[in-house]
Design a protein around this ligand. Sequence first.
Ligand SMILES: [Zn+2]
Length: 287
Amino acid sequence: MTITGFTGAGLDRADHLRLDPRRLAALMAHEEARLLRLAELDPVLDEEGRLAWEALAADAGDCLFLGLDEGVPLFAPLVRTAALGQRAWSVFRLLAMMSARDAAIWGAARSVNEWHNRHGFCGICGTATSIFRAGWGRKCPSCDAEHFPRVDPVVIMLAEHDGRVLLGRQPQYPERRYSALAGFVEPGESIEEAVARELMEEAGIAVSDVRYVASQPWPFPGSLMIACIASADSDVLSLDANELEDAFWATRAEVEAALAGDPAAPFQAPPAFAIANTLLTRWSAGG
Ligand SMILES: [Zn+2]
């Protein structure tokens, strides 16, 4: 199994304990139980650059049960915040320092927290909902509807043509950054159809032979990134200026130089925790 960004937490999520109030109370009272520290929704790191944890207080109240780490129960706070949908570039600097495992643990906590903040009311009858399933759901006291944290599938892809791949640039990217094109999967679409539609919409490229490569969660706020490579029928671009500021076809040598951090490379590669980096690495290795 490929370890991509925000994966590899290695926790036993122990779903069977989430609805068992007696055993959940025992986990919270466990003498080694730990609570993740968060600054709003951002990670807090200790001096060694690892996630910071504290003892779980007896009056901790509602928490998210992250899972068991070799028998030790781990929790995250459920925080009320107005900082929704924000992803400060400072978080990306912290992520660049964090281990994949820590990023995975924090990513799950961040996604679930953002979902709770956005879904305080029942989508069916409008009543204020309550936390249940140890933080992994909300329940409506009026109509009994159960609501679960949402995961939004996003396709991210490289179109390949004659030994080169298509890379694009959005206006908000850091200087020189280019990445794989991406877009949300819509209702009624397969992954393959979403890849073909997005490449046609954003770059005017028709593709065939869409191949799945890998996936990763992306906790801003709750996407599942599905990485693919597709064969382009032609290399003639027609860019959607609302989506892309620029795009170009990169050779294998140019991709290798960017991944190696070569300042002479024609673009800056996406960070290692982004699946676009995994995708480029796999493609440059001939995958
Ligand atoms: Zn309801």
